[in-house]
Ligand binder design. Sequence first.
Ligand code: SF4
Length: 416
Amino acid sequence: MATDAEVRPDLPARQFDALLDAANEGPGVQFDGLYVHRGAEDYDRLGGYTLGTPEEERTNLSESEFHAAAAARAEYVTNWYFWRHVVGGAERRGGVEGDAPRHHRRAFLRWVERADDGDQTVPERYAALAGGVSREWGQLRVTATLGPAGERRYELRHVDDADASLDDLDAFDDPLAARDVATYDEKGRYRPLKTAPTLRSGWVIRNLDQRAVVQAVDAFYPATIANWNLERAGELDVSHWDETAERQTGIYDVVDELSGDAVDRIAESCCVDSQCLKRRMWDENEETELGPERGEGIFPCREPCSLVIAAARKWTTLEREEPRTYEFELTPSEKEQLEEIVDAVADGRIDEIREADVYDGANRYRARYLRAKRFDEEGNLSGTPTEPDGADAGGGSGGDASESGEADGDEAEPAE
Ligand code: SF4
């Protein structure tokens, strides 16, 4: 008799038939605490059936007794059926069914419900699943729940909506809804980097099966499940900066000119947790680590991404310039204000600065006042031309016309 805390699913005929086949055809089942075989040993194939769990062992059973014993331990049988026949990717090692290498979907789904943590029996795991087991994947909250015959259903929502009522969220059933949700941020701006921490909230994707949930997660964060699982197996193939830069062709061919210090600055600018949820595993090269923090993200970054390479192309042209000495006339407060403006832009705080907050140097009115006071009609700070003869330097990039604006508009893609 199941207690209140226990969740005893139905045992559909096809699941029992699959168990019977496994027992009859050998070598039986050994999985998540369930063991089943025919005969006194798992190599016998003759005689009565054996069904064991951590709670009890039943031996020398007739087929009908075996069926009754399986129904009485339906948590274990439906759990085995789900992982063996629905998810797949099982591999037998030393008689025990485990995860096949590089079966990323199975590894992820077992991680979601903490199946491999090893401190819960299947009935305990089922009791937890009945209420929903949730884990965070970047800004996603992935929740697994239990169906009546042991099948799992999954839900995705933003981590900030963990406690939100369903009525307050836009609900979808299609995993492909993830593509639309992931395309624009809260303010409707395009998100060029899928792993930037700018995923909008206010939505839920529900009723996903074991394939659909992985498809949706992949749409939010492409390849993160595969790379996470490869890293767990010690098989993540990292491509460092030098190697990746060397591989670039066409307009991105120049990025291998960047110095190690510049690559350090790139990692600090783009790859830290405030900008990207991946954990950077690449360095300048195998021997030379980069200085900035790698990040705390659960999924690794195995190589500089296309956004970083495209930005690096611009930095390559900027780094070709030689420093010059300029003379500007600014009050001490104006100098500090310029520093505050750069900080606010770099930290993405501009939209948070209230119009009335004129104490913040990056306040719009403060910036407009500074411009009115210190810029001449050509937009030169303190009336000081960029070029000594007053010629326009091309927007301060120092590059030629062919460089300007191509990072966004050019159809060429950096080599992955
Ligand atoms: S290269 Fe940097 S910004 Fe790009 S995905 Fe990797 S960690 Fe994120």
